[in-house]
Design a protein around this ligand. Structure first.
Ligand code: ADP
Length: 240
């Protein structure tokens, strides 16, 4: 699923959160939206998701104009920083959730659900946690389960908002490698928001550097790091 963003604007009152943003994301790419706090990253992600509507501009998925489409029609999977798993459900039930709430007509059989959930738990190497409750897992393990849950419904794209933001440095580093490995295995078009330069440089295929509601630069990590387009990007990446 490719994503095309054309001239997207979004204001909150007098404040311009996104100022004529244009961006193309290719099918199967892992893209990082990188920038300081308040630069518009989350707003852009929410507009791609359909959780927020732009004031003007067009969003296309695979060239199709889906600008007004509701989040439920867009086929996206989410992982948020504080998107807690359901506490009263086991890991298995959490990962199965998106499948069990499908309308009857589209709902897989119990056996199919079990097979799928077990495969996903294997993918994130947490098969042994199936009968546990989220409170019995570490923060890093919980986010891996959140990834498995997001993938259960076979989303057309995966949107991640500071997915590792709440974790300590060592676990973050481990999860970066996880996300990269997972992406290499499933190749689902993914966009993740981060303010952490190192995270973006290490994990992403492409980096989009944002500042004050605008895109300052986009490119591969090498392009952005070796050839910062302007003083802002240079300074922002300076401490990596
Ligand atoms: P980032 O993800 O880069 O930190 P955001 O997209 O969350 O930035 O926010 C960009 C700016 O828009 C911030 O200054 C924020 O305060 C403002 N903003 C975001 N959402 C709202 C909202 N619902 N109402 C008012 N202001 C908002």
């Amino acid at each position: 699923m490719s994503i095309c963003i054309e001239q997207v604007r979004k204001s909150f009152g007098n404040f311009v959160a996104l100022d004529n943003v244009n961006l193309n994301i290719k099918t199967g790419e892992l893209t990082a939206l990188l920038g300081p706090s308040g630069s518009g990253k989350t707003t852009l992600l929410r507009i791609i998701a359909g959780l927020e509507q732009a004031d003007s501009g067009i969003i296309r998925f695979n060239s199709e104009d889906i600008t007004g489409q509701h989040v439920s029609e867009r086929g996206v999977g989410f992982v948020f920083q504080h998107y807690a798993l359901f506490k009263h459900m086991t890991v298995f039930e959490n990962v199965a959730y998106g499948l069990t709430v499908k309308p009857k007509k589209f709902r897989p059989s119990k056996a199919e659900i079990a097979k799928k959930v077990n495969n996903l738990l294997e993918l994130v190497q947490l098969g042994w946690t199936a009968d546990r409750y989220p409170s019995q897992l570490s923060g890093g393990q919980r986010q891996r389960i959140a990834l498995a849950r997001a993938l259960a419904v076979e989303p057309k794209m995966l949107l991640l908002d500071e997915p590792f933001g709440a974790l300590d440095a060592k676990v973050r580093a481990e999860l970066r490698r996880w996300l990269r490995r997972l992406h290499d295995e499933i190749h689902v078009t993914s966009v993740f928001v981060t303010h952490d330069q190192e995270e973006a440089l290490e994990v992403a295929d492409r980096i989009v550097v944002m500042n004050k509601g605008r895109i300052e630069q986009e490119g591969t990590p090498e392009q952005v790091y070796d050839n910062p387009a302007n003083p802002f990007v240079y300074e922002f990446l300076g401490n990596v």
